[in-house]
Design a protein around this ligand. Structure first.
Ligand code: 2P0
Length: 318
């Protein structure tokens, strides 16, 4: 029987963002970043060798363009010697239609599956390095709970590692806001953001915020975590608006949700936001507050879908 290996990885949300590359080909970032892996959203990927002429991708039961994953599989071929073409079968449990990124869980799961197929040692540092080449944020999805991606300055030194492997009762409520806007890819968005005159200052501030964030996580201080994450994310989006070709992932509803979260905080509830390369808002709170906050958001935004997520587990074989 043909050898098949199946791995599952969860997506992650950065509390300190990756938004810019020093090296585009290798995905070496301009900043270190820190994320929480989520329990709700994940990708399950099976790999096996095939005698076909090209690598193949079946995503959610549909044959899909395999150019990007084939390029990624070539990184394994370059490093570990040539091998036959690979059939990749992937199930995404991430609402991609609503703009939640799936590349983190996808490339992390594919990395894990390929390490199994090629019988490579289960070295999480090396897995993270490989996953990074597929998609930067995937380097962090190898790990559960909280991971830090140390930016490094070359292929060898740029990888993520587990920072704090415990649940600190942080909740992320994902407000799914669909966007009629044409999507700007993260890669292109970062490139533009790096042209903002204020970008170097955002990078400098991010290094300080990373240290503050680490301390806040160890102290399980959700208010500090939320305040720092919110400032870091809003700063990231400000770079997009100040770039040489200004653009914005926010929609009117994004702004309304952000403002409502700020109002809830002024009223004394733990409520902070973080936003990635799309219009969705992730509301940061704690487990004790989540139901109350969810109720408030649901009654204020009856047309939006909200999903509650907590800390998720590391990459594993299934
Ligand atoms: C992050 N994002 O830290 C940041 C914040 C989106 C906003 O990592 O070009 O899909 O494949 O390395 O990892 C999304 O970017 O970009 C991302 P590539 P990726 O989570």
């Amino acid at each position: 029987m043909t050898k098949q290996v199946t791995a599952r990885a969860h997506t992650n949300i950065a509390l300190i963002k990756y938004w810019g590359k020093e090296n585009v080909a290798l995905n070496i970032p301009t900043t270190s970043s820190l994320s929480m892996t989520l329990d709700q959203f994940y990708t399950t990927t099976t790999v096996e060798f095939t005698d076909k002429a090209t690598d193949e991708l079946i995503l959610n039961s549909v044959s899909t363009d395999s150019t990007r994953i084939s390029k990624f599989l070539d990184c394994f071929r370059e490093k570990h010697g040539d091998f036959p073409k690979v059939l990749v079968t992937s199930e995404n449990h991430v609402p991609t239609a609503a703009g939640l990124a799936s590349s983190a869980s996808s490339f992390s799961a594919l990395t894990g599956a390929m390490f199994g197929l090629l019988d490579l040692p289960q070295d999480t540092q090396e897995m993270s390095r490989m996953a990074r080449k597929g998609s930067g944020s995937a380097s962090r999805s190898i790990f559960g709970n909280f991971a830090v991606w140390n930016k490094g300055n070359d292929d060898e030194s740029s990888f993520a590692e587990s920072f704090y492997d415990d649940d600190i009762h942080l909740t992320m409520i994902v407000a799914e806001i669909s966007s009629a806007q044409k999507k700007m890819s993260s890669t292109k968005g970062m490139q533009l953001a790096q042209t903002a005159p204020t970008y170097p200052e955002w990078v400098r501030k991010s290094a300080d915020q990373l240290e503050q964030m680490k301390a806040a996580i160890v102290a399980k201080d959700i208010e500090k975590i939320g305040l720092i994450a919110q400032d870091n994310a809003l700063g990231m989006h400000e770079q997009n608006r100040r770039s040489l070709e200004p653009f914005d992932y926010f929609t009117t509803q994004t702004i309304e949700v952000v403002e409502f979260a700020k109002q809830c905080y002024r009223e004394g509830l733990l409520a902070f936001v973080t936003i990635d390369a799309g219009p969705n808002v992730k509301i940061i709170t704690d487990k004790a507050t989540e139901q109350k906050l969810l109720q408030k958001f649901r009654s204020n935004f009856p047309d939006l879908t909200f999903e509650v997520a907590h800390a998720g587990e590391c990459l594993r074989y299934v």
